[in-house]
Design a protein around this ligand. Structure first.
Ligand SMILES: O=C(O)CCC(=O)C(=O)O
Ligand SMILES: [Fe+2]
Length: 256
């Protein structure tokens, strides 16, 4: 009880997250490794950040991928007021949920336009888990997501220890066992081949695309749950991601 009171009292009046959200998030993270919260931020708040993002197309900490269809703006909390507020809220929220003082290493502001038609190279090989040890991310979806807009999707129940241990032993799933033997290092696959993920769907696992309205927040342990950004085919996708438990300086830039 004392611990709970302490974590509640860390919340300032102004935060977007309620005590009930924290209580429920604690339970959900232990059980499912994710928690979705609709209507945390207003449409106006999201629109302001989107128009800020539209002003930035290049410079320090800005990456353009997928033939110009994706813009990644790193350390966005240092650039935009709205993102700074999300960063502060998210830090307080996550600190309370995991009972550990936490500050996001960076906030990524990401924007996707539809991929050029044809070409499979940007479609396959997207499934992955971020690392072995827990790594929380807090997403704020700034635009409504649809099946076609390239939503984040993940496979529930792949966070369970039994599943992960079994798959760690399966050659070519998380690890390339041949290279482990040869080089003696446990190199994790940057991606899990689609051919290894598809059989999961025949065995009862189901991908869950995060289809939500703008203003929804998702807390997820992306180290544990297998996930991907589904390719964007239609519409625009804007989102923020606060990264926790990342290495020192990971995609953190000294922008003004
Ligand atoms: O952008 C996304 O929807 C997912 C990206 C991803 O893999 C991650 O944030 O870990
Ligand atoms: Fe990831």
């Amino acid at each position: 009880m004392l611990l709970n009171y302490k974590s509640f009292s860390m919340l300032k009046e102004s935060t977007a997250f309620t005590r009930d959200m924290i209580t429920e998030a604690k339970v959900a993270m232990k059980k499912d490794s994710y928690f979705i919260m609709p209507n945390v931020y207003s449409k106006e708040f999201c629109e302001e950040i989107k128009s800020d993002m539209d002003q930035v197309n290049s410079g320090l900490g800005v990456e353009i991928n997928y033939g110009g269809t994706e813009t990644r703006i790193w350390s966005a909390q240092k650039r935009f007021n709205g993102v700074k507020r999300f960063f502060d809220d998210s830090n307080q929220f996550l600190s309370s949920v995991i009972n550990q003082d936490s500050i996001a290493g960076t906030v990524l502001a990401i924007k996707n336009n539809p991929l050029p038609k044809g070409g499979q190279e940007n479609i396959m090989g997207r499934w992955h888990a971020d690392s072995w040890n827990s790594q929380e991310k807090v997403f704020l979806f700034l635009s409504d997501t649809t099946e076609e807009s390239g939503p984040l999707e993940f496979i529930p129940n792949t966070h369970k220890l039994f599943f992960r241990l079994r798959k760690a032993l399966e050659p070519g799933f998380f690890f390339n066992h041949l290279s482990v033997l040869k080089k003696g290092n446990l190199r994790q696959y940057g991606s899990i081949p689609d051919s290894k993920v598809e059989p999961l769907f025949y065995r009862g696992y189901k991908a869950k695309p995060v289809l939500v309205k703008a203003g929804t927040v998702l807390l997820i342990d992306t180290a544990k749950l297998i996930h991907r950004a589904r390719p964007c085919k239609e519409g625009k996708r804007y989102a923020l991601t606060a990264y926790y438990r990342t290495g020192e300086g990971y995609h953190d830039y000294d922008v003004q």
